[in-house]
Design a protein around this ligand. Structure first.
Ligand code: TRP
Length: 458
């Protein structure tokens, strides 16, 4: 089949960056990052997280970009083309499945943002105490109907944009939303650090206590890095398949990583000083953002308006990410299973709806049903972020360095020799040795195997 024919592309340079930033920046930065950091020892987590971004994130991202643009295919199709008749396409299926599972819980949290938009608008976030917010969140998220209603609405919004296609839907939406989001984060960050007692929050976020670092913190930080950058499951392969031949892959990877990390750190600056100032424990878990921020808004002039704008933007950031996840699965069903794009999108949305209803209920009425001690929602999160994505990242590095001819990826990364390959040797060292070995060790360690070996050889 000839490449490039009838295949969509992003229309402009800035569109490429913003759509990819839109994919990377989302609830992972503003909702997941602060609560992961809060429950994994604060600044020590941040440090390990940044190391993971630099040493694993950037190389894996460049690798995914090069595979995607080289083949102009979906996650599974790309491996089929580059390594036909082998087991490598399984790596693509791992990605498509991961996208689907992530959407299953991500849409639920996205749905929560819609509830908060309405509450902000109607003024019901004003004039309440810290405990009121906590109880109300608990009541809302465990309710069997309300969150599901919002989640379904969110899936429907994602579905519509996906049907509108790559350029008109994804690119246009991202161009407007992303810059606005940056602006509001900065305003809220400033507000939060000027609250009484903010300093303790900043210390929690930036002053590492190295004794807090253990294997589970490292695994969580690595999982968060993969989740936040949307790497390790073919999402960026799919996005890069819409890049054009002028797109500079190294530069795009750097821009996306810097912006994504900036948003995560700003979310930390916005949450922790405020949490400490209002006496909310940073280990609160998934509800951290939803109980801390309303307190900040409650103490601002025209707080309802700020909270309204904030939750609208959070919902939009979530939307550019759910779109990217949906796109991974839809592109696969459309291109590999030969459904029309519309039918493919319907199929994915229907499947996600089932998963999302189950994850939403698993926080409330179905909370007794657990998988390895985790409810369905947490189990989906754990399986994807801490297992499937790092595993995918490790294998994609092995794939490019062992299986693909060097000239292929060098050509791709240098746009056929027209731009310089900065750090070629470093990149090669990272994808060939550092990333696979580091990820492998973190896995072994988490499984307790290293400790076991230590005992055996003592
Ligand atoms: N990175 C997004 C976030 O931080 C979530 C996301 C979008 C994602 N696409 C992905 C996560 C692909 C993993 C894989 O919110």
């Amino acid at each position: 089949m000839s490449k490039n024919v009838q295949r969509a592309k992003f229309g402009s340079k800035i569109g490429v960056v913003l759509a990819t930033v839109g994919c990377a920046v989302g609830l992972g930065n503003i909702w997941r990052f602060p609560y992961m950091l809060g429950s994994n020892g604060g600044a020590a987590f941040l440090l390990v997280y940044i190391l993971c971004i630099l040493f694993l994130g950037i190389p894996v991202m460049i690798t995914e970009f090069s595979i995607g643009r080289h083949t102009h295919k979906n996650a599974a199709g790309a491996f089929k083309e580059m390594a036909p008749g082998t087991l490598w396409p399984l790596l693509g299926y791992n990605g498509v499945l991961a996208a689907f599972l992530i959407l299953g819980f991500y849409s639920v949290v996205s749905g929560w943002t819609l509830e908060y938009i309405v509450q902000a608008f109607t003024g019901s976030l004003q004039g309440k105490s810290v405990t009121d917010f906590a109880t109300e969140f608990e009541q809302f998220s465990t309710n069997p109907y309300r969150p599901i209603f919002w989640t379904l609405l969110f899936i429907a919004m994602t579905h519509i944009i996906i049907i509108c296609g790559v350029e008109k839907g994804i690119e246009r939406a991202s161009k407007v939303m992303m810059p606005l989001l940056f602006f509001i984060l900065i305003v809220l960050g400033i507000r939060s650090v000027t609250l009484d007692g903010a300093l303790d929050g900043l210390k929690f976020l930036f002053k590492p206590d190295f004794s807090k670092i253990n294997s589970s913190v490292v695994l969580s930080a690595m999982g968060q890095a993969f989740f936040s950058l949307s790497i390790g499951m073919g999402c960026l392969i799919t996005y890069a398949s819409y890049f054009n031949k002028e797109t500079n892959l190294q530069k795009t990877a750097l821009q996306v990583t810097v912006l994504d990390t900036f948003v995560a750190v700003m979310a930390g600056v916005m949450i922790f000083p405020a949490a400490f100032s209002f006496g909310i424990t940073p280990t609160a878990g998934p509800e951290l953002v939803f109980i801390t921020l309303p307190n900040v808004f409650g103490h601002m002039p025209v707080g309802w308006l700020w909270s309204f704008i904030f939750f609208v933007l959070l919902a939009l950031a979530a939307l550019t990410s759910t779109i990217s996840l949906h796109e991974v699965a839809t592109a696969y069903v459309h291109e590999e299973l030969h459904f029309s794009r519309k039918k493919a999108a319907w199929l994915v949305s229907a499947g996600v709806t089932v998963l999302a209803i189950l994850s939403s209920l698993s926080i409330g009425v179905l909370r007794e049903y657990t998988i390895f001690g985790l409810n369905f929602f947490d189990a989906l999160d754990f399986l994807t972020a801490k297992i499937m994505m790092p595993f995918g990242g490790m294998l994609v590095c092995i794939f490019i360095s062992q299986r693909v001819e060097r000239s292929v990826w060098v050509d791709e990364i240098t746009n056929y020799g027209t731009i310089r390959f900065y750090f070629l040797r470093t990149y090669l060292f990272f994808v060939k040795y550092l990333a696979p070995i580091a990820i492998g060790l973190i896995f072994l360690n988490e499984l307790g195997l290293i400790e076991l070996l230590g005992k055996v050889f003592k």
